[in-house]
Ligand binder design. Sequence first.
Ligand code: ADP
Length: 512
Amino acid sequence: TIINNNGTVLADSLSDTSKMENHSDRREIVDALSKGTGYDIRLSDTLKTNMLYAAVRFGSEAYNNIGVARISEDLAIIKDAKDTLHQVFLIAGLFSLLIALIISFILSKNIVNPIQEMSRIAEKYARGELTHKLGIRNIPGDEIDNLANALNTMSLELHHNMQELSSEKSKLQSILDKTDDGLLVVDNESKIRMANPAASRILGTGNRNINGMTIIECTLSIDLAEMVERVFRTKQPASLEVQLLNPPQVYLNVYTAAIELPEGITGAIVVMHDITESKVMDSIRRDFVANVSHELRTPLASIRAMAETISLRGRKNPAMTEEFASKIINEADRLVAISDDLLDLSKIEAGRRSTGAEIFPLTEIVESVQSQLSQKASSKSIEINVDVSNDIRVRADKDSVHQILTNLIDNAIKYTPVGGKILISALYDENVVKVSIADTGVGIPQSDLPRIFERFYRVDKARSRESGGTGLGLSIVKHLVEGHGGTITVNSILNRGSVFTFTLTPGDLSNT
Ligand code: ADP
């Protein structure tokens, strides 16, 4: 539409201008005349449809030929164009989304997935599962491959180091487990942080958990606790002999040293060497020397007294001289017997006695001992019965069995009153031969039974001495029996009799 500056329509490409009204009030015309351009959307009076109008001013004020050129378009067409545009955008959007999805799929396959895999494996490494390996894609110059390679090398080295550490740890653990000495590691508050099995055994704590207990709580030893405190103060190692209250009568040689690290003293180690056995042996040795001296002193004192009497008054009293001389001979015999027994005992203890084992019928030795002691028995009218079958054979040292039987049967004769009976019997019993010597003698009080095998232990000293006993016979028997791997027991009823039973190894196991 061409309109002049009064709003009169001069020309129109669609309608008859004569029928068209003045356009000076139309918004797009007003705007075009005043500003140069103008737009509007409204229902067209002429065409009766929603129209888009766009107007532009033309001409020049100088020539007074200003007018407005306007174009109009049915909005339906524009809407169509807009819809077409929407479709294009939608397709383009979907297409872009598809491309984005494809790109993200490729990215996730190449970068995100391997990284997720790495973080999963790294978590496993953190849990100590170092044997897992990352896959390598073998793409030259690929950073993910480099990272995976680095992680694989790291896990391999870690695995190797961990294995070395754990093998060192188990070596150390087995040394600590196998060692006979007790070892405690305490922190600087004297609380136990580690104890080996020997420490639990020595301290008698059994399966109780002593970790976290202080030294004094666990050992009840003030000496030990003070020793550890002193080591913390002085930083100097120390050793001390300690007697425990619980378990009682346990003696330890304790060595303590501080554990010093660059950051300072973090605790101490306490090494405990159990010396109870050597302490006991020391005391047995001391007792033994005292006993031997005492045993020798008595006969020596009486020999001296009798010899003195003979030398003073012997010439005037020949009968007394004769009596004392025979007593001196008796005492000297006793001394010889004691020294013989002591010599035997020390030989047996030192393992120097011949223990050449041979297989022989037990009756052989029983008969020999019986005939050797028969006179002694018959002098007291004691009847010796033997119930040993000829087929019982034993594997042992003949001399030892001879001495065992001699000592036991001799005792049975000594401690059985006139007219008593002795029974020597033997039988196979669960892989051993059990030999018993039973008598109808004086018996042994129950309270004395546990000590009867100790050296110089005698129930009735006077009676033993009277019968020429040394107090060493049973001790020798016990050593010999145990030297053969056997055991010896005694049952006794006071004034009724005693039964000594010992075991020997059968000569032929098929007989058992
Ligand atoms: P001894 O030389 O005194 O006989 P032993 O060591 O042979 O020494 O015996 C130790 C003690 O055991 C004896 O003094 C005696 O009191 C007691 N005894 C040993 N055998 C018997 C027995 N068969 N009957 C009673 N008491 C016995």
